[in-house]
Design a protein around this ligand. Structure first.
Ligand code: OVV
Length: 405
């Protein structure tokens, strides 16, 4: 735990909010609390954790655009690396600031470039069609267990070059990583208790000897041959892909399935023009924001929209709230595949903006285009069960009834 809340007070007149954005009640339905924080002011004080928070689009965007003031190197979870030892060696990208960040980022940019995506595309489309075809032979399925969790596992482990054995660790490890960004609550304590076998398997997968010679992992390790990064750094960059590349797309796809199942007119619009698949995925990512939050830490005293924030303060960015801020988005809560989603912050913004975004979009586009062709209708079939994770938003179960085209 960080210091008790009473030990850290807001510097000036800041609206105080009692909400706990890491509580089960909040995860069940974050929208009323998001609205309350957005309407309380541009910056609020979360008394429960003794941190600041920004829920409006403008302030979140400003923070993402100023990494020198709102730094990542003290951790992007609640834990301040200047005061507490991180649970694993920090990420060379996520948990670093420019200029050190940029050298590692350049390696990942290349490993996940548009050129690499073009080489993957045919295989991703084929897998999407195979999955959509198999699901079309059933009239009911779970859009999470039978679809959102299946598709990324059909395409990405092979693309990275992972061993065939133990792939079940991937989603458990990712859920662990995203729970660990949160406060010392039950979710984080459970993550700590069960992480050891996942951490061990992941560490082995990051080794050059374990990875195949032709995948994204091998491309990253090739950067160690030229001396651009060290062998150990290459391993940590592979670890970034295994941390951030799987569960995120599971819940991106889950968000799309949920959005389409609840908005039959939008699925009809997608069916009428399957070239809207990419837009339909992007809009679901905006609306549900699978990655809900990251913190930054201030490197100096700073004023954010009139609020004085002292040096060394944790500031929570409520990305999901910013993506539904009515100041920015007309009919913000509506799923509309024809809207302009430009500027949404579900992938972040600025120097840290999601390095895997092209991969995520390729997966989402391929799968939704296949669904648009395979089904004439998708509808919710009973209650969805929300996911409980300190950072990820999604569903643990999403029963749907689907009609084959
Ligand atoms: C965006 C993200 C989430 C989790 C882990 C990492 C990145 C990483 O770089 O390890």
């Amino acid at each position: 735990m960080p210091q008790a809340a009473e030990a850290r007070r807001p510097a000036a007149k800041v609206p105080v909010s009692p909400i706990d954005p890491f509580s089960i009640d909040f995860f069940r339905n974050p929208h009323p609390a998001h609205e309350a924080v957005r309407e309380a002011g541009p910056v609020v004080w979360l008394e429960r954790y003794g941190t600041y928070a920004a829920a409006r689009y403008a302030e979140v965007k400003e923070m993402l655009g100023d990494p020198a003031t709102f730094c990542s190197s003290r951790g992007v979870g609640l834990s301040d690396f200047a005061r507490e030892t991180p649970w694993r060696p920090p990420s060379l990208v996520l948990e670093r600031d420019p200029p050190e960040h940029d050298r590692a980022r350049a390696v990942l940019n290349r490993a996940l470039s548009a050129t690499v995506m073009r080489s993957l595309r045919a295989r991703f489309v084929e897998a999407a069609e195979a999955l959509a075809g198999a699901l079309a032979r059933r009239d009911r399925f779970d859009a999470i267990a039978d679809c959102a969790e299946v598709y990324p596992m059909m395409v990405l482990p092979d693309a990275v070059g992972l061993s065939k054995v133990g792939r079940e660790h991937l989603l458990s490890y990712a859920a662990t990583v995203f729970n660990m960004f949160g406060p010392d609550n039950e979710l984080r304590r459970a993550a700590l208790t069960q992480m050891a076998p996942h951490v061990e398997w992941i560490a082995l997968q990051c080794k050059r000897e374990t990875l195949t010679g032709d995948g994204i992992g091998a491309t990253i390790h090739a950067a160690a041959d030229t001396g651009e990064v060290t062998r150990r750094e290459a391993e940590l960059l592979v670890r970034s892909i295994l941390s951030a590349g799987f569960d995120t797309t599971v819940h991106g796809i889950g968000a799309a399935m949920r959005s389409l199942a609840h908005n039959p007119d939008q699925f009809a619009a997608l069916r009428a023009d399957p070239s809207k698949a990419r837009a339909a995925f992007e809009e679901a990512v905006r609306l549900e924001s699978p990655v809900q939050t990251f913190f930054r830490t201030t490197t100096r005293d700073v004023e954010l929209s009139g609020t004085r924030i002292p040096e060394g303060a944790k500031v929570l960015m409520l990305l999901g709230a910013a993506n539904r801020d009515p100041r920015k988005w007309p009919h913000a809560d509506r799923y509309d595949i024809d809207r302009s989603t430009a500027g949404h912050v579900a992938f972040g913004a600025g120097v840290h903006m999601c390095v895997g975004q092209l991969l995520a979009r390729l997966e989402g586009e391929a799968l939704l285009a296949a669904f648009a062709r395979a089904f004439s209708a998708i509808e919710a079939d009973g209650e969805a069960e929300p996911l409980f994770n300190n950072t990820l938003r999604g569903w643990a179960r999403l029963p749907v009834k689907a009609t084959a085209a």
